[in-house]
Ligand binder design. Structure first.
Ligand code: TXA
Ligand code: MG
Length: 379
């Protein structure tokens, strides 16, 4: 299959690129599009065949349900059999926006879209391209993140192209996404709303809005025997770079020491190693690990984009900063791009600092822990 790549400059339902994408969706095909969280891989949510194509294109197990995206509140009653009070409160506060709610579904939603569940995940994105596309298609759009199953979610159209070229009909390029982490998921079907996946809308924000929420233990920790996550997708190793990733947690000085020790050891053994760190720590690693950055202009600029690859010992050292520690939104925005960067330069293993200050940092750590398969060194 040939995949078209269309850059959107004007996000209106009548713009040619949006109309073409909408036609593809109406005809049962697949289109990737930007949302404010990550890029989605969209098909007609009411067409079980389209959902089957989505699972196939992603290489995703079909028991892992899709999120249904709508543009207007009027679309909701056809999809859900009940709108609990908690949902009304959250929708008023955070829709359109980076929040997905789990409802009981109606007959209209095929079980092929919901992984066989009798509930459905619904989200109303705020991104103008996503909204224009849903309106032009005139159907709700089922969309998981537009990555191959297991890989980091795409935050740029080029990431989607890497994973999906030849597998889907069209990619709408609407530039880099804003947030960079997938939506917060809240299950409102039970007596107490449950947080199934943390995101930009934090546990604290939900607590403030609702008074009481529970947190699905399996969404925030390793899935142990007997503990089944309520969001089926949370049971898989996820968001992961190809190289094994180890998180190092503790006092900053000890973390830096431990990372340097393990990196040196790996370099001497001839391995190519990546270090994911906060912007502020870059000079320290450069100094301690003896990275000679004269050949790397990006690294000298010290922006949050800064990355470098250097020869050191027998192995190669790759340093990448996701952003400033005091700006977790910057780290969230860059995280998947940096993980994909490590894949592109083919390091053999990665060590990462932890980012634990503030609410959004909690969501960042949730994704990093999953990407690491919960492999963490406490120092
Ligand atoms: O920000 C996002 O949510 C992005 C953009 C494209 O909207 N989408 C996204 O979709 O992250 P995906 O498929 O990568 O993740 C959806 C998660 C999975 O963990 C899935 O198991 C869970 O939502 N989910 C979907 N339907 C569910 C349901 N009925 N009950 C419980 N969990 C559900
Ligand atoms: Mg995903």
């Amino acid at each position: 299959m040939e995949t078209k790549f269309v850059t959107i400059t004007k996000a209106e339902p009548q713009s040619p690129g949006i109309r073409e994408a909408a036609r593809i969706i109406q005809n049962g095909g697949l289109t990737a599009f930007p949302t404010e969280t990550v890029y989605g891989l969209g098909g007609n949510a009411l067409d079980a065949d389209a959902s089957r194509k989505i699972y196939k294109a992603k290489g995703r197990p079909s028991d892992n349900p899709l999120i249904v995206h709508i543009a207007d509140f009027e679309e909701l009653p056809a999809l859900v059999s009940e709108i609990p009070d908690a949902a009304r409160v959250l929708m008023r506060l955070y829709w359109p926006g980076p929040m997905t709610l789990i409802f009981r579904k109606t007959e209209r939603v095929p079980s092929g879209t919901t992984g066989g569940l009798d509930t459905v995940a619904v989200r109303m994105p705020s991104h103008p391209v996503a909204r224009a596309l849903i309106r032009a298609a005139q159907v709700p759009i089922a969309a998981p993140s537009a990555n191959l199953s297991g890989r980091p979610s795409p935050t740029k159209a080029s990431h989607v192209w890497e994973d999906m070229k030849g597998r889907i009909d069209l990619i709408l390029d609407g530039g880099e996404v804003g947030i960079g982490l997938e939506s917060t998921i809240v299950d409102v079907t039970g007596p107490v709303p449950a947080l199934l996946r943390p995101g930009y809308i934090s546990e604290q924000m939900l607590q403030e809005a609702l008074g009481r929420i529970t947190v699905d233990a399996a969404s925030i920790g390793p899935v142990s025997a007997g503990l089944r996550p309520k969001a089926p997708g949370m049971k898989y190793r996820h968001y992961a770079p190809e190289a094994p990733l180890t998180l190092v947690r503790g006092e900053p000085a000890r973390v830096e020491k431990a990372i340097c020790f393990h990196v040196k050891e790996a370099l001497l053994a001839g391995e190519d190693v990546g270090v994911l760190c906060a912007l502020e720590s870059l000079p320290l690693y450069r100094g301690r690990l003896g990275a000679d950055c004269s050949s790397c202009p990006q690294l000298r600029e010290m922006s949050c984009e800064c990355r470098g690859t250097e020869k050191k010992g027998d192995g190669r050292l790759v340093l990448a900063a996701a952003g400033a520690r005091q700006r977790p939104e910057e780290i969230a925005h860059n995280l998947y791009d940096v993980l994909r960067f490590f894949d592109s330069v083919r390091v053999g293993r990665i060590f990462s600092e932890c980012f634990e200050d503030g609410e959004l940092a909690g969501a960042v750590m949730n994704r990093l822990e999953k990407a690491a398969g919960y492999h963490r060194m406490d120092v």
